[in-house]
Design a protein around this ligand. Structure first.
Ligand SMILES: N[C@@H](CCC(=O)N[C@@H](CS)C(=O)NCC(=O)O)C(=O)O
Length: 226
């Protein structure tokens, strides 16, 4: 049995990536939510030969840490599940753009933190952040044009690449970034995906506020629960 350690659903974009990738591939797991800066968070990592970071997957007595390693681990362990796109050229691009997200886009990630309960409102961006956003739009356009015929996601049907770019889709909405039609449709597809809706619904109920992720601090702009 698999157990996925995650943190706050409102803020933890790396947790969201691993969680969505497993859900999207229909891989069963138990989720364990550890609020940031809690004793439970520290206790969960005591005795594990792994960094104190989420997501972390427990597979029996093995700990797999880092979202990309988790995704590759489950792809290997469940080869019949659609973790990655099935077509080779699509899979090559999917892996490449996940690696690009994993090691890049620092300016955008820092300036526009994931914050699912913040109502959409613009935030001024410098040229570096704008360049990151433009690169995301280029990736989405290329994937959708070359491989997107079978559905609304980057490679048609949902894959790990969508799990990886879902937090970006939320940031573009949260900070009211102007979008081209392809990006707007993709952001909408992510926000309508039932697994994402389930995650966001839970996020909006959370009590924990992280000052460094609230760009309007000391004001916490927070959408009321429906
Ligand atoms: N590159 C790592 C990033 C993991 C990471 O930075 N996780 C953050 C939360 S999103 C964390 O656990 N921070 C611990 C803390 O803030 O106490 C991955 O892909 O899993």
């Amino acid at each position: 049995m698999l157990t996925l350690l995650i943190a706050n659903k409102n803020y933890s974009s790396w947790s969201l990536r691993a969680w969505l990738a497993l859900k999207g591939a229909d891989i069963a797991f138990t989720e364990r939510l550890l609020p940031f800066e809690s004793e439970a968070f520290d206790a969960a990592f005591a005795g594990l030969a792994a960094p104190r970071r989420v997501p972390l997957l427990l597979d029996g007595d093995a700990a797999v840490w880092d979202s990309l390693a988790i995704i590759e681990h489950v792809a290997e362990r469940y080869p019949d599940r659609p973790v990655w796109p099935t077509e080779r050229a699509a899979r090559i691009m999917a892996r490449s753009i996940c690696a690009e997200m994993h090691s890049g886009f620092h300016r955008m990630r820092r300036h526009l933190p994931m914050n699912l309960w913040r109502p959409p409102e613009p935030r001024a961006c410098d040229a570096g952040v704008e360049a990151d956003i433009a690169r995301v739009a280029d990736i989405w356009r290329e994937a959708r044009t070359r491989f997107g015929a079978d559905g609304p996601f980057l490679f048609g049907r949902f894959s790990a690449a969508d799990a990886y770019y879902a937090p970006v889709a939320t940031r573009l909405l949260t900070y009211a970034v102007p979008l081209d039609p392809v990006s707007a449709a993709y952001v909408e597809a992510i926000h309508s995906w039932p697994d994402f809706v389930a995650w966001r619904t839970e996020a909006l109920k959370e009590p924990w506020v992280a000052e460094h992720d609230e760009v309007d601090w000391p004001v916490v702009k927070r959408e009321a629960l429906a």
